[in-house]
Write a protein that binds this ligand. Structure first.
Ligand SMILES: *[C@@H]1O[C@H](CO)[C@@H](O)[C@H](O)[C@H]1NC(C)=O
Ligand SMILES: *[C@@H]1O[C@H](CO)[C@@H](O)[C@H](O)[C@H]1NC(C)=O
Length: 343
């Protein structure tokens, strides 16, 4: 029922034409929102092949880890952007003035996260790329205009899932020696410095995505051999998630000329996860990604997972709707993205 209402609401949301609500949108994240930054990296974490992108006519397999649009694509549309925000790997010139997507699959808050899969652009490196982009914008429109522009953009940051999946829970990793509480504290400390750096580059409207139930991915469920969500993994991300609201309070207190908020990144109703068996829509390889050129399921619009890890466009649509205009107020703290950008 909940899912149904979300879909109805989403279908009636209007795409605004004309000027977007903010002049620019900068995206930091991992595979949930990567739209092509890993395509030319030496890593197994890439999605630039069919059947990824099957429901994205005219775009196709761009490097997005889903069948269609991602949550940040929906948020960009909600804001009124006529085009998707381009990946940093290919953005140049005037593109930069409208924002850039720096997200990289397998990346995390810690630089070493994801190294088990190959190279990646960690959050530190994404911030470095952003600093570089700000320099290019200054060169193009001057210092004063750049400051004004960067102050008025929206920034979303969704990081941390891989610090668990592709670091803490990798057998024999040095991180796994720590207690979960120690590890979550380490991540939050690092994240705090990174968000302060982003503020330092001029960001004033920043939304953080909470982590989803990583223990409920088809890959985690299959690997556990128990046909159930892996509670230990979900408990781990919950410890991290519970530290995000205090973090947002701390940043809002420290920077009174900025607004930080945290939104539920994967607002999948738990009942739905149980009802829809955690089966990927596409045939997957041993890493959990779709086998290249395989035939995906036809029921994509009502499935939770496209591959072994990543949600379908339908789930992305629901997450974006929740984050952008919180129909369930408890899913955002202290505000949704619409109010963040219009205040
Ligand atoms: C920064 O931008 C310049 C000019 O676009 C480019 O040549 C350089 O490689 C970039 N540096 C990094 C660290 O991305
Ligand atoms: C932050 O939010 C407050 C209250 O909603 C608003 O008055 C203020 O202009 C916002 N600041 C920025 C930088 O968005």
């Amino acid at each position: 029922m909940l899912l149904f209402s979300f879909l109805v609401i989403s279908c009636f949301r209007k795409v605004v034409h004309g000027e977007p609500l903010v002049p620019c949108y900068f995206i930091f994240g991992d595979s949930l929102v990567d739209n092509g930054n890993n395509n030319n990296l030496q890593t197994s974490a890439k999605a630039n092949h069919a059947p990824y992108g099957i429901d994205l006519p005219g775009v196709g397999p761009s490097g997005r880890f889903t069948n269609g649009r991602t949550m940040v694509d929906f948020i960009a549309q909600d804001l009124g952007f006529a085009d998707f925000i381009p990946p940093h790997a290919t953005a140049s010139g005037n593109d930069l003035l409208r924002g850039v997507n720096y997200a990289s699959a397998s990346a995390g808050i810690l630089p070493e996260t994801g190294s088990n899969l190959g190279t990646h652009i960690s959050l530190d490196d994404q911030l470095q790329n952003h600093q570089n982009v700000t320099k290019a914008i200054i060169a193009s429109v001057g210092e004063a205009k750049t400051t004004q522009l960067l102050n008025s953009c929206l920034y979303t940051v969704g990081m941390g899932s891989n610090d668990f999946i592709n670091n803490y829970f990798v057998k024999g990793s040095p991180s796994s020696q720590k207690t979960l509480e120690q590890y979550a504290t380490l991540l939050i400390d690092r994240y705090t410095s990174q968000l302060k750096a982003l503020y330092g580059f001029g960001a004033r409207k920043i939304a953080l995505f909470q982590l989803g139930p990583v223990g409920c991915t088809p890959f985690a469920v299959a690997t556990s051999g128990k046909n159930a969500c892996v509670q230990e993994m979900n408990d781990a991300v919950t410890i991290f998630n519970n530290k995000l609201r205090p973090l947002v309070d701390q940043l809002n207190d420290a920077f009174t000329d900025a607004n930080f908020t945290v939104v539920n990144g994967l607002a999948m109703p738990t009942s739905w996860l149980n009802v829809v068996a955690a089966i990927p829509c596409c045939p997957t390889d041993q890493t959990g990604l779709c086998l290249p050129n395989s035939t995906p399921c036809l029921t994509r619009s009502i499935r939770a997972f496209f591959d072994g890890f990543h949600p379908t466009e339908t789930v992305h649509r629901i997450v974006a709707a929740t984050a952008y205009r919180a129909y369930i107020p408890t899913e955002v703290y202290p505000t949704d993205i619409y109010h963040l950008v219009t205040s």
